[in-house]
Each structure stands twice: as structure tokens, then as C-alpha cells.
Design a protein around this ligand. Structure first.
Ligand code: BGC
Length: 471
């Protein structure tokens, strides 16, 4: 069950949309055209936008991005997955209209028109252009400076909301994933913790992450009853510790309360976006122990309360509801690259009596450290996109398009291989020894990667090879 606007809220929204074109009579929750004057013979109302549903993914065919599908199809073996729906990242102002020479091929409106033409029921966008974006890393820093909140509103969110509000698209469920990494960075990287950055402190101090997310929630929610907002809730290896978990839910709640429309602007949350955390650890449980010592004391788990995304996501949903969100919120999990199959995948729990050895041999997530996030070596495609796969989960989705890089493994100057002037983060360099945010471990990144968002054929091939479930 998901939040559904009360009949009166739904009516008032319909009223707002229809007011310009018709006179409305509202009787006992039923909206009808007035049977007077020129409108006397008007047939029964066709709603301009589909009413909000509990889980938008239920029974919905999800739009396949033709640009991503073409790249996947061009890869040997890629046709096996090219028909999967992936997220469309509106990662700059130019992505909205895709002007010629911008490097974008399909505008927001063209994607929606394609969806109409193909009869897709649901389409997924990632809203990703906050002022001072990606404050704890460098590979996805955005075009807007820390104080550019005015431009974020008028040049980014307003035009997106205007297109999404077009009643022509009223029968398509439009999912917006709101601003990856932003609010989580305010929890863990903006104070005096090890690994905190000046850029994140700035964004906490000036409030523009919170203000921007509130503006996005307000405007996109108001775009229509067919529009659904999901806020990014990081992943278990980020917010799974007690010291982060509860404060994050509290921040999400106060942020939503400050949006116009409050909690109703939020349909749910997404976890693991563009990350690699395993969906389920079949042999390692948080309750496991080795010789009487809890796995929470191992280097890998390091006192976290969760070892995988499904347990984290379900528990975080409960926490969000305690923090004030309606009990109908639903969760999404990005399973695009968290499969961890292939020959290195363990097939049983370890028999070692050493705690760290046991954990390392039993876990399917083969990363060096759970804080590693860039082009992880050994990863595979995860669960295929699927509606309502588990309690509280609206869908498994592929929000990060497999094959698109997380960042370049060395600095690539602005030029033909880096037209957008993307930054370089050492976490994408396989020879980097790490920082406090990954426990000063090696980055575990693949070599020879292009800038974030660019096609990375070698990674795409490895993801297919290590898919779990296998292709
Ligand atoms: C990049 C975006 C890209 C997205 C999807 C992000 O890391 O910053 O430019 O669209 O990944 O691949």
C-alpha cells in the first residue's frame, strides 16, 4: 500500500488542471462537466492524469531507453539485456532539451513521446543537478556552483516540471529519483567526521541541498497525479550504522515536511543507486558469529547493523515510517550492478575459524571495502528489473545504466574524450590507496575507464559475465 492522495486532494488537483478549460461540478467525490451552455453535450470526463496508485510499478511496462539499448545492442551478447528498462539521467540543464552539439541525443519530451508511442506505462528519470553536486567526490561534480539555487529552480526543475505536467503524458507513470548522494552526504561528510569535505560542509551550511530537494519534491509532485518521487537513501555501507541511520531518517522527514505538500510529495526511497552492495548475502547474516564472536566485529562489517541491501532497505523503510512518513511509502533498490556472480562467487559459508577469513570467504560482495563505489572490479548484473519483489519494495530497478562508467581511472582533460569537463576522483584509479571514507583501502576500480556516464565496454562485458542471476 502506498500513499494515495485523499479524494479531496485529488479533486483539488484535478480542479486546478481542468479549471482553464471547463466548469466543474463536484458531487460526492465525482468530477463531472457542467451540463449547461456550450458544454451541454460534452461526453463523460476522461481524467487528464491517471490517479496515484499504491505501487506505480505494479502491472506497468517500463520504458526502455533507446539510446542505452543501442549501446547495449552494439556489444557482443548485449542483446540479451538490451530490452531492460534503465534510468534516464537528467544530469544537466542541457539534458532536458538535448540541443544539437550538447552530446545528448534525446530530450525529456522526446523520451516521453517515445514512451507514448511504444505504449510504455512507466518511465524513470534521475533528477541530478543540485548546486554543489557530489560534494564528497570529484567524478560527478555538477555544473551548478554551491550557491546556484536560483538557476537550479528556474533553469532545471521548472522546465522539467513543465514537461512532466503536460497532460498528454497523463497516463504514463513518471518516476523521479531525487538527487543521488546529496542528503546522505549531509549526514556523514559535512561535519568533523573522518573524511568530511569542505565542499559538503559548505552545502550543509548554505542549506542548498535541502532547499533544492524540497523544491524538486514540491514542483514535481505538483506536476500531476501520475508523477512519483523517490528520494535517494544511499546504501547499507553508507547509512547502515546506528549513528547514521536514525539521523538520516530524521533529515529526510524534516526535508519532506518543508516541501509544499509535505510527506505527500514523497512516494518512497531508493537505495543502492549506482552502487554495488549485494542485494542478499546468502551465507553471511548480521546474526552470524564465528567462535562466539559476532560478524559485526569483523573488518568487513565493522559494526554495521546490515550486511546487504534488502535487509537494510526494509529496515530503513520502517525507520522512515517511525520518523513520520506515511506507512504507504515504497522502496526501490537499484540492482543494476550488484549481482556478484561468476566463478569467484562463494557457494557455501566458509569453514574457517578465523573471524575475518570466515566473513571474507562467505560474502558474495567481493569488494575490498563496502565504501568502494567506482567501477568495481568483479561486479555483475544483479536481479533483473521486477515489480513488487519483496515486502515494502515497489521494485528492483536498473537506475544506473550498466556499461556507463562511474568515473575515469586517470585525469582526462576537457576535450574529445571529456566534452563535459568531468572531474577525476582517485577512487576510480585502481592504484589509489584510499581515504577515510573507504577505510584507506585500495579502490578496487577497473583500469582504463572513461569519464562518468561514458560507455565502458570492458565493464559492460564483465557485468554480463558475472551476472547473478546468470544471463
Ligand atoms: C554521471 C552522470 C551519468 C550517470 C549515469 C553519473 O555518475 O555523473 O553523468 O548520466 O552516472 O551513467
Amino acid at each position: 500500500m502506498k500513499l494515495t492522495p485523499s479524494p479531496s486532494a485529488r479533486r483539488s488537483r484535478l480542479r486546478r488542471t481542468l479549471a482553464a478549460t471547463a466548469t466543474l461540478v463536484v458531487v460526492a467525490g465525482v468530477v463531472a462537466y457542467a451540463t449547461t451552455g456550450a458544454n451541454a453535450a460534452t461526453p463523460p470526463v476522461t481524467p487528464l492524469a491517471e490517479a496515484h496508485v499504491a505501487n506505480p510499478y505494479s502491472g506497468a511496462s517500463v520504458y526502455v531507453n533507446p539510446d542505452w539499448a543501442a549501446k547495449a545492442n552494439a556489444e557482443s551478447g548485449g542483446s540479451r539485456i538490451a530490452n531492460q528498462p534503465t534510468g534516464i539521467w537528467l544530469d544537466s540543464i542541457a539534458a532536458i532539451t538535448a540541443p544539437s552539439g550538447s552530446g545528448y541525443t534525446t530530450s525529456l519530451r522526446q523520451h516521453l513521446d517515445n514512451a507514448l508511442a511504444k505504449g510504455s506505462k512507466l518511465i524513470q528519470f534521475v533528477i541530478y543537478d543540485l548546486p554543489g553536486r557530489d560534494c564528497a567526490a570529484l567524478a560527478s561534480n555538477g555544473e551548478l556552483g554551491p550557491t546556484d539555487i536560483g538557476r537550479y529552480r528556474t533553469e532545471y526543475i521548472d522546465p522539467i516540471a513543465a514537461v512532466q505536467a503536460d497532460t498528454k503524458y497523463g497516463n504514463i507513470r513518471i518516476v523521479n529519483v531525487i538527487e543521488i548522494d546529496s542528503l546522505p552526504n549531509l549526514i556523514t561528510n559535512a561535519d568533523s567526521q573522518d573524511g568530511a569535505t569542505e565542499a559538503c560542509r559548505t552545502m550543509k551550511a548554505n542549506g542548498n541541498y535541502v532547499t533544492g530537494v524540497q523544491y524538486a519534491l514540491s514542483k514535481l509532485h505538483a506536476a500531476g497525479t501520475n508523477v512519483y518521487n523517490y528520494i535517494d537513501a544511499a546504501h547499507h555501507g553508507w547509512l547502515g550504522w546506528d549513528s547514521n541511520f536514525t539521523p538520516a531518517a530524521t533529515l529526510f522527514a524534516s526535508t519532506a515536511q518543508g516541501a509544499t505538500g509535505g510527506y505527500a510529495t514523497v512516494d518512497g526511497f531508493i537505495t543502492n543507486t549506482a552502487n554495488y552492495s549485494a542485494l542478499t548475502e546468502p551465507y553471511l547474516k548480521i546474526s552470524s558469529s564465528v567462535g562466539g564472536t559476532s560478524v559485526r566485529q569483523s573488518k568487513w562489517v565493522d559494526w554495521n547493523q546490515y550486511v546487504d541491501e534488502l535487509t537494510y532497505t526494509q529496515a530503513f523503510r520502517t525507520q522512515l515510517i517511525s520518523a513520520g512518513f506515511p506507512s504507504g511509502i515504497g522502496m526501490l533498490i537499484d540492482t543494476s550492478r550488484n549481482g556478484w556472480g561468476g566463478s569467484a562467487r562463494p557457494t557455501a559459508a566458509s569453514t574457517s575459524t578465523d573471524l575475518n577469513t570466515w566473513v571474507n570467504q562467505s560474502r558474495v560482495d567481493r569488494r575490498i571495502h563496502a565504501g568502494n563505489w567506482c567501477n568495481q572490479s568483479g561486479a555483475g548484473l544483479g536481479e533483473r528489473p521486477k515489480a513488487a519483489p519483496a515486502t515494502g519494495i515497489d521494485a528492483y530497478v536498473w537506475m544506473k545504466p550498466p556499461g556507463e562508467s562511474d568515473g575515469s581511472s586517470s585525469l582526462i582533460p576537457t576535450g574529445p574524450s571529456n566534452p563535459g569537463g568531468k572531474g577525476f576522483d582517485q577512487m576510480c584509479d585502481p592504484s589509489y590507496g584510499g581515504n577515510p571514507r573507504n577505510g584507506n583501502n585500495a579502490s578496487g576500480a577497473l583500469a582504463n575507464s572513461p569519464v562518468s556516464g561514458a560507455w565502458f565496454s570492458a565493464q559492460f562485458q564483465e557485468l554480463m559475465r558475472n551476472a547473478y542471476p546468470a544471463l
